[in-house]
Design a protein around this ligand. Structure first.
Ligand code: HEC
Ligand code: HEC
Ligand code: HEC
Ligand code: HEC
Ligand code: HEC
Ligand code: HEC
Length: 383
């Protein structure tokens, strides 16, 4: 409609101009020019729009993905609000991501700024309208392993296949002070109340790097069974869809209802994975138990034990949200003005690393166990 309206305007404009020109006084006409050479006959080529329907088709190839994406956090979350600064834009807006050229994070110099920032959309992950064929959605932008911002001196070579695109953003950010693991008695001050790897430690946990590995009674595993997923993040988060909207281009996994589908590739038809999760979660990560008549605080998971011990050491303030007197959510908030030793700071970091990953250990179950148990032992040894 817009286009039609515009072309009417154009015709009108040409008409008015023509009238104006014809009203001005003309001089005598010059001699006629030479005839031009004949043009070449056209061949019967392909219809210029033929490839468009490889995507813009009646099968709703795009419509379905758009529908799933619209309710995803990429489209509907609040992350865009953080996209006006160079150090945040590379992961929090589509334009910022493209500007990184695959090398997050953006430096102050690289950041060109944008007037109309937009959320992480189709154009952030796919080279849309580059070849104008279906290849543009099969392809992904920045398909190679990213630069890893935080490794804590580990050699990292982790190829997540199609998940490499995700890992450009879903990886830890640099954080100071960095703990010197060779001398844990060093004292640290000026610790931000936002200390930790940022909410994006997912790829680091998958690859078991970027945390502080205390020595302890639990060995750090030398492999992560979940790295066996061919396309990493994509295999679990996009490999299924549900009528309630999770999976696919929504990318959310609901641990209450999706595990049977999301994990079916490996754990015996998936049913095994749900059981495994339900055994693992209360022992390692739960802060609240939901198995009785009313919710109760879980005081025994390793995540809770470490959080509570850090609270005793003055590192955290523990806050419990309640509804009708029953616990609904638990928060461990970092206290301001901390002055703490290396053991407490590294344990704090590890606790945040596992919290901010948001998978309750599912990105690397065995490594998460070892990290929690060994960090807890190290803080216990301070007493
Ligand atoms: C690889 C699949 C694909 C092919 C092939 C394709 N498009 Fe698109 N097109 C898209 C996607 C994805 C969008 C963005 C949809 C969105 O923003 O939700 C889009 C959007 C559009 C829009 C809306 C304006 C915009 O940029 O958001 C127009 C117009 C359009 N395409 C025209 C075409 C034409 C004409 C062709 C063929 C010459 C073509 N497309 C080929 C995937 C494709
Ligand atoms: C350009 C950076 C970027 C890329 C690329 C990216 N993400 Fe995200 N992702 C984000 C940000 C930022 C958010 C948070 C959105 C919010 O909360 O507003 C997010 C949110 C999510 C969430 C929802 C988290 C929640 O709290 O519910 C999932 C799941 C997710 N991403 C998975 C993926 C997967 C899988 C890929 C690859 C196919 C991917 N992301 C690629 C930046 C990115
Ligand atoms: C390396 C990529 C990356 C950079 C750089 C980055 N973020 Fe994020 N951020 C993410 C991802 C990924 C998520 C979402 C993860 C999830 O939901 O589990 C996120 C989530 C958040 C959230 C929680 C969701 C929300 O929007 O409420 C806040 C707040 C946030 N980021 C602030 C910032 C700020 C401020 C900066 C810059 C100082 C920044 N981020 C830089 C990747 C990044
Ligand atoms: C955060 C990254 C991300 C965003 C945003 C995204 N995609 Fe995708 N898309 C992927 C990944 C990864 C795959 C491969 C999924 C797989 O192999 O299971 C994919 C696959 C597809 C496919 C199937 C391609 C094939 O193999 O046939 C289509 C179609 C598609 N996307 C369209 C879209 C459209 C339309 C949008 C915007 C509404 C969009 N995508 C947004 C990451 C993304
Ligand atoms: C690529 C194959 C693969 C996929 C996909 C996969 N798993 Fe696993 N999982 C394994 C392997 C192998 C192990 C054992 C080795 C290890 O712990 O790393 C394992 C271990 C686990 C454990 C740890 C058990 C314990 O206490 O030691 C849990 C819990 C688990 N998986 C749950 C899940 C859930 C939930 C999903 C889906 C979101 C899933 N897995 C998807 C292969 C897979
Ligand atoms: C083995 C399957 C598996 C793989 C591989 C995997 N995830 Fe997850 N992820 C999960 C499960 C299961 C949850 C939810 C756990 C829960 O809610 O307790 C989750 C949670 C998340 C969350 C928190 C928000 C949400 O929607 O639940 C984000 C963000 C996320 N994953 C991103 C990623 C990224 C990025 C990668 C690749 C670096 C990745 N995941 C790889 C299984 C996987």
């Amino acid at each position: 409609m817009k286009k039609n309206y515009f072309s009417y305007l154009l015709v009108l404009l040409v008409f008015i101009l023509g009238t104006v020109v014809s009203c001005t006084k003309e001089g005598p006409a010059g001699p006629a020019g030479k005839d031009g050479t004949d043009g070449i006959d056209g061949t019967n080529g392909t219809d210029g729009t033929a490839t468009c329907i490889e995507c813009h088709d009646a099968n709703q190839t795009l419509g379905i993905k758009q529908f799933q994406w619209e309710s995803s956090m990429h489209a509907a979350g609040t992350a865009l609000a953080r996209s006006s600064i160079s150090s945040c834009a590379g992961c929090h807006s589509q334009q910022g991501f493209i500007q990184t050229d695959g090398n997050n994070p953006l430096t102050e110099d690289e950041w060109k700024g944008v007037d109309d920032p937009i959320v992480i959309n189709c154009y952030a992950c796919h080279p849309i309208h580059e070849t104008y064929t279906h290849e543009d959605v099969v392809a992904l932008l920045f398909p190679d392993q990213p630069n890893w911002a935080v490794t804590h001196d580990k050699e990292v070579d982790m190829d997540l296949g199609k998940g490499n695109t995700c890992a450009h953003c879903h990886q830890s950010r640099k954080r100071t002070p960095v703990v010197d693991m060779n001398d844990l008695t060093i004292m640290y001050t000026d610790i931000s109340t936002h200390y930790g790897p940022h909410y994006s430690s997912q790829a680091n946990l998958m690859g078991a790097f970027g945390a502080y590995e205390f020595e302890g009674s639990t060995a750090y595993p030398d492999f992560n069974g979940h790295l066996g997923a061919e396309n990493g993040c994509v295999s679990c988060h996009m490999g299924f869809t549900t009528a309630s909207g999770s999976g696919g281009h929504n990318m959310h996994i609901d641990a209450g209802s999706d595990l049977e589908k999301a994990c079916a590739q490996c754990h015996s038809e998936g049913a095994g994975a749900e059981d495994k999760y339900n055994e693992y979660y209360p022992v390692y990560f739960a802060t609240i138990d939901h198995d009785g008549e009313h919710p109760t605080l879980n005081t025994t998971s390793y995540y809770t034990l470490l959080g509570d011990l850090l609270t005793e050491h003055g590192v955290y303030t523990k806050v419990v949200d309640s509804v009708d007197g029953y616990p609904e959510a638990v928060h461990y908030n970092i206290n301001g003005g901390l002055e703490i030793n290396g053991t407490l700071l590294a344990a704090l970091f590890n606790h945040r690393y596992l919290y901010q990953d948001h998978s309750h250990g599912m990105h690397n179950p065995s490594y998460s166990k070892a990290l929690l148990k060994n960090s807890l032992e190290a803080v216990e040894a301070l007493n």
